[in-house]
Write a protein that binds this ligand. Sequence first.
Ligand SMILES: Cc1cc2nc3c(=O)[nH]c(=O)nc-3n(C[C@H](O)[C@H](O)[C@H](O)COP(=O)(O)OP(=O)(O)OC[C@H]3O[C@@H](n4cnc5c(N)ncnc54)[C@H](O)[C@@H]3O)c2cc1C
Length: 377
Amino acid sequence: MVTADTADGAALGAFRREAERWLAANVDERWRQNRGALGEEEETRIRSEWDRRLFEGGYAGLSLPREYGGQGLGLTEEVAFGELAARAQAPDGLGRVGKILTAPTLIAHGTEYQKSTFLPPIMSGEHVWCQGFSEPGAGSDLASVGCSARRVDGGYLVRGRKTWTSFSRHSQRCLVLACTDVRAPRYRNLSLLLLDMHAPGVEISPIRQISDSRHFSETAFDDVFVAEEDRVGAEGDGWRMAMTVLANERGVVEGIARYVVIRADMDLLQQCCAKPGETEEQIRDLDTRVELVRWQVSKAVAREHDAEGFLRSSMVLKVIWSELWQEVTGLGARLSCPAHRAHWRHQYLESRSATIYSGTSEIHRNMIAERVLGLPK
Ligand SMILES: Cc1cc2nc3c(=O)[nH]c(=O)nc-3n(C[C@H](O)[C@H](O)[C@H](O)COP(=O)(O)OP(=O)(O)OC[C@H]3O[C@@H](n4cnc5c(N)ncnc54)[C@H](O)[C@@H]3O)c2cc1C
């Protein structure tokens, strides 16, 4: 007898087989062979090209509605594709802020104009987005943002400095959290704006990272105009909007994207550095824990319709994957396999930032203590 479950299982099986075939034909061989050692410009080109291929192949925005350029499927397919992409050693695209942070936020809170204008070019890979939240004096304490948005005819003039803005050099738009009312109480003084990165008054100064890449920048806004129709949600409701952005940033789609990277590093570790004895045991242990990341993703997906449970699983997931990735790359760097020395050096340094971005591990542990374990503040 064919039940809804078996029909769903069969459809998922067919989806997986087709995706596997597509990935085998489309993952760039140079990326597969030399990831981490291609140089930033070439990596950027491949990652950007990957976004376009995903769209053309029908794999961009799997869980987002069709009318906005997505595929109208669910988180289950999103996670299944992420796993297969990990095995195929696919690149992570350049469009992650657009797809993972902006798109679900606009679906939840955006106007019809915002969804129909901004989502299709995000899905097709034409538009890259960045996130302008952190400032020199406001990182973990995000509610202290000092960047201001002053009311003018038809919109706002944004003034201030943002820092650690990933992908800003490649971006068409930026999700900016700005203060729209200096007199309003904390948490009720902010608004979320969709700022055009090519508008007059935007200045981008790349920051060189310890890994030598320049993925992020300091971004200055000198009276940059943002139209009122490009504000998400009500004026003063920016904190709530920002929480949606952050929940997605720490969520399962990002979790599975990170699993892609960690799984690929783990496979390389097993392939090139396995030595008998203690190291072999360490590799086995890490491998099991990498699979726990995937399990934690599935656990979160199973709670997709329980908002609080979903959020809790996501918080735990972020701590697990970020710290585990550092262990994997740490072992890779220590073993210093000659054929992949450049790769491990790059990934080791790159992974240091994983326990900082999207909220530090300390902040996540505070949140887990309060919201998951129910401990007093
Ligand atoms: C690679 C990378 C990419 C990034 N990309 C972006 C981006 O695209 N857009 C963006 O807006 N931001 C981005 N960030 C910034 C990131 O969100 C912040 O770095 C992060 O939120 C921490 O803020 P901070 O650097 O100001 O550190 P601080 O908040 O100054 O924290 C310093 C230290 O104090 C600890 N600490 C602070 N408060 C507490 C507390 N209450 N309890 C316990 N410990 C505490 C922190 O855990 C940390 O160890 C990126 C960061 C990195 C590393």
